[in-house]
Write a protein that binds this ligand. Structure first.
Ligand SMILES: Nc1nc2c(c(=O)[nH]1)N[C@H]1C(S)=C(S)[C@@H](COP(=O)(O)OP(=O)(O)OC[C@H]3O[C@@H](n4cnc5c(=O)[nH]c(N)nc54)[C@H](O)[C@@H]3O)O[C@H]1N2
Ligand SMILES: Nc1nc2c(c(=O)[nH]1)N[C@H]1C(S)=C(S)[C@@H](COP(=O)(O)OP(=O)(O)OC[C@H]3O[C@@H](n4cnc5c(=O)[nH]c(N)nc54)[C@H](O)[C@@H]3O)O[C@H]1N2
Ligand code: SF4
Ligand SMILES: [Mo]
Length: 693
């Protein structure tokens, strides 16, 4: 039987809308859903390789229970009944003895996140955390400090921008389809692209202006840009006087940060800095200083992200065509959002979170996400109390939290480690039980509420039957919940029941998604009146002088300090993604493994020559918490103070044969340090030695 199914790609979290062509029960072809603005038929390499993931037999095929040492990879096959009994039995013992709060669940935010949050609330655990803080927690905090909205509530009108500045936002490699297509459209219409990165990326090669900045100094650059903009009155005067709280304080503060001062710190000439400020101001307000995607680089990340957002505010590029906008939900047009299981009543939870977010010890990060990288510390130090069980749901803390050796030591203290996975991730390999989820082609998922200029809802719909003995995540958690006596919080038998429950009261039904893969609440793009923007800060304005920060005892305008000093010939380790892979998930996917099967260490030619390192030679890289071997890529395309490696290599699971032991894991080398105000890890504040073998 042949059919076409509209669904949502999940080879990465960008969740691009797709059309799946099914022939005789097999996925035959996948392409973009052309009904959706900004999505053409072409997918990115990973989206196109979805089929290769689906038909790969090196993914997890049935529930598995560990029989050997942790990490030995000795598992026995189990039926679902046995695996659910085992996990719920162990959880029950742990909860009875230590309380619900001794169970934590971490996950990559996804459509069923409301289900796992419900699971934890029902067992009285506050310890749900997502990947968000590890990806961009400080961007979220920075946005809230200025606008009162999270970064997730702020969008960028790429298609209409006239000049976009990207700070290491490697948008043409670390991509999402809509962003890339919309930006290409703007570039075709004559928009300018300024790209800033200590490494020459594909995005750098497409830029009108590229600056090889000294790593870790973007904040100095931004202070100097603000200095020029305020001194030469290049800002949008009407917007600034109406909406900005604290512009005079900023003017006084940046007085000392001249372009000449910034030249010495960043390596970018003063003249160039002045020229960008003057040029971009001509196109205001339809300009974008991109506030970043992964915002997890330095210990002062929140101030760097605030400085970018402040540049937008100075240009007046907020809630405007070609600039930043606030995402609109269904309520804007009198509609209702899909229900979430978390809207039910739950027992009260008295314990603080494991990461202390929301207490005076860690007041500012978003408690909706928590701060995942604290998990190893909380487990090891039993602070604020012992954590005994961890469920890793579509997240691999061993590779995605810095300092894998430390994370392993923490896992060794757990009584129970469970992974809900599709692959043999490093954490799955270390787990006591692996519960395999059906892939995105094989399952219907919870509703996606897509807020934006036009509020919409999307649906991931099952295209083919599961190939192996796998289940949907929301069903797995329900089944464990039933055994724990919290079944009433999961009022569904099938995913279709759950979707129907979510859609009740919205005026839409599942059938409505069939025609185009989504439903829209209204036809028009909604921009708020620029004279009446409902900023959610205490002053009702954009708070350069931030009550969020100052009330918690932090400065709004901290003096610039260089972050981390390279001594004794060490290099700053910087990282990123490639167009062929998603984080740590796809390195074993056959088509993608063929394209790129290992990572290399980018090192500047002059520095490599000093050390006697030849291109392609194996080198040893060492930090204070780990070391490993990797091939060198000797190149002029990287700043001499940095070395770069792709994230996602160094897999330890023997059953994932193609990626096993290929390349080196960045998490093995990185110190688990972070921005203690904003919440993001400081992935770029580890210094390493590099030596030839
Ligand atoms: N050292 C280091 N750490 C990092 C980063 C870094 O660059 N370096 N980057 C950070 C960033 S930006 C992010 S966003 C996070 C991402 O962190 P993670 O969420 O840990 O990484 P992902 O690769 O997105 O996916 C995690 C797991 O989900 C599994 N998976 C994929 N699809 C499914 C599915 O349908 N169901 C289930 N149950 N599992 C599935 C994959 O096999 C993979 O093992 O990592 C952060 N951590
Ligand atoms: N192909 C692909 N696309 C993806 C993903 C994926 O895994 N694969 N993941 C998605 C996710 S969750 C995320 S968070 C985004 C991440 O997308 P981006 O935020 O664009 O992040 P990275 O790919 O991590 O690239 C970081 C860049 O910062 C540069 N850099 C290093 N130090 C500095 C510095 O001091 N200053 C400046 N200005 N730049 C510096 C690095 O050289 C690197 O090129 O990508 C999303 N899209
Ligand atoms: S960016 Fe690529 S992998 Fe990610 S959802 Fe879109 S098509 Fe899929
Ligand atoms: Mo991310």
């Amino acid at each position: 039987m042949n059919k076409e199914v509209y669904s949502i790609c999940f080879m990465c979290s960008m969740r691009c809308p797709i059309k799946v062509k099914v022939k005789d029960g097999h996925v035959d072809w996948v392409e973009g859903n052309k009904h959706v603005a900004g999505i053409g038929s072409s997918l990115c390499p990973r989206g196109s390789a979805g089929k290769s993931m689906l038909y790969d037999d090196q993914r997890v095929q049935s529930p598995l229970i560990r029989v050997g040492e942790r990490g030995s990879g000795n598992f026995r096959k189990a039926s679902w009944e046995e695996a659910i009994d085992y996990v719920s039995g162990r959880l029950k013992e742990i909860i009875d003895k230590n309380g619900g709060h001794s169970v934590a669940l971490c996950e990559r935010t996804q459509f069923a996140t409301h289900v796992s949050k419900t699971f934890l609330k029902a067992i009285k655990s506050p310890n749900h955390c997502t990947h968000d803080a590890i990806c961009k927690g400080s961007v979220n905090t920075a946005c809230r400090s200025l606008f009162g909205y999270t970064d997730g509530q702020v969008g960028i009108d790429y298609a209409n921008t006239k000049h976009i500045v990207l700070y290491g936002r490697n948008i043409f490699e670390s991509l999402g389809l809509k962003e890339v297509n919309s930006l290409m459209k703007a570039l075709e219409k004559g928009a300018k692209l300024t790209y800033i990165d200590p490494r020459v990326t594909v995005t750098a090669s497409k830029a009108h202006r590229y600056w090889m900045i000294r790593p870790g100094t973007d904040l100095a650059l931004n202070y100097a840009l603000m200095h020029v903009i305020l001194k030469e009155r290049l800002y949008n005067a009407g917007f600034v006087s109406k909406w900005i709280h604290g512009v005079n304080e900023l003017r006084d503060f940046v007085e000392e940060y001249t372009p000449e001062w910034a030249e010495a710190e960043t390596g970018i000439s003063a003249e160039e800095i002045v020229s960008l400020a003057r040029e971009i101001s001509k196109n205001k307000p339809s300009v974008v200083f991109h506030f970043g995607y992964r915002g997890a680089n330095h210990q002062n990340e929140i101030y760097m992200r605030r400085s970018i957002l402040m540049l937008n505010a100075l240009m007046g590029s907020v809630e405007v065509k070609g600039g930043l906008f606030f995402k609109k939900g269904p309520a804007e047009v009198g509609g209702k959002a899909a229900r979430k299981l978390t809207s039910q009543d739950f027992p009260k939870i008295d314990m603080p979170r494991f990461d202390k977010v929301g207490t005076k010890d860690f007041p500012l990060p978003d408690p909706n996400h928590g701060v995942g990288q604290i998990l190893p510390y909380a487990i090891l130090n039993e602070d604020p109390y012992p954590i005994k069980a961890l469920i890793a749901y579509r997240m691999d803390p061993l590779m995605s939290i810095a300092d894998s050796n430390q994370t392993k030591r923490a896992f060794d203290k757990l009584d129970l480690l469970v992974s809900i996975e599709i692959n043999y991730s490093n954490t799955a390999w270390y787990s006591d039980v692996i519960l395999p989820e059906s892939t995105y082609f094989e399952r219907t998922d919870c509703v996606q509420q897509a807020n934006g200029l036009k509020p919409q809802m999307f649906l991931r719909k099952k295209a083919v039957e599961p190939r192996y003995d796998t289940m949907d995540g929301a069903i797995i958690l329900k089944k464990i919940g039933e055994k724990l006596g919290i079944g009433e919080y999961f009022p569904y038998e099938t995913m279709e029941d759950l979707v129907n429950w979510q859609l009740e009261g919205t005026g839409f039904t599942m059938e409505d998604f069939e025609k185009k893969g989504f439903v829209a609440y209204g036809p028009d793009k909604i921009f708020w009146d620029r004279d009446n923007i409902p900023f959610k800060t205490p002053s009702g304005k954009i708070e350069f002088k931030s009550s969020l920060l100052e009330d918690a005892g932090f400065e709004s305008f901290p003096k610039y300090e260089h972050i981390g000093q390279s001594e004794d010939g060490k290099f700053r380790l910087v990282i990123g993604r490639s167009v062929f892979h998603t984080h740590i998930s796809t390195q074993n996917v056959p088509y993608l493994n063929e394209q790129e099967s290992e990572n290399k260490l980018w090192i500047n030619t002059a520095r490599a020559n000093e050390l006697g390192i030849k291109n392609n030679a194996v080198v040893e890289v060492a930090s204070s918490c780990g070391k490993g071997r990797i091939k060198a890529f000797v190149t002029d395309l990287i700043h001499p103070e940095a070395v770069f490696m792709l994230h996602g290599y160094g897999h330890e699971a023997g059953r994932a044969k193609r990626s096993f032991n290929k390349g080196l894991s960045d998490a093995l080398l990185q110190k688990n340090i972070y921005d203690e105000i904003g919440g993001s890890p400081a992935f770029h504040d580890t210094f390493v030695t590099v030596n030839p073998l």
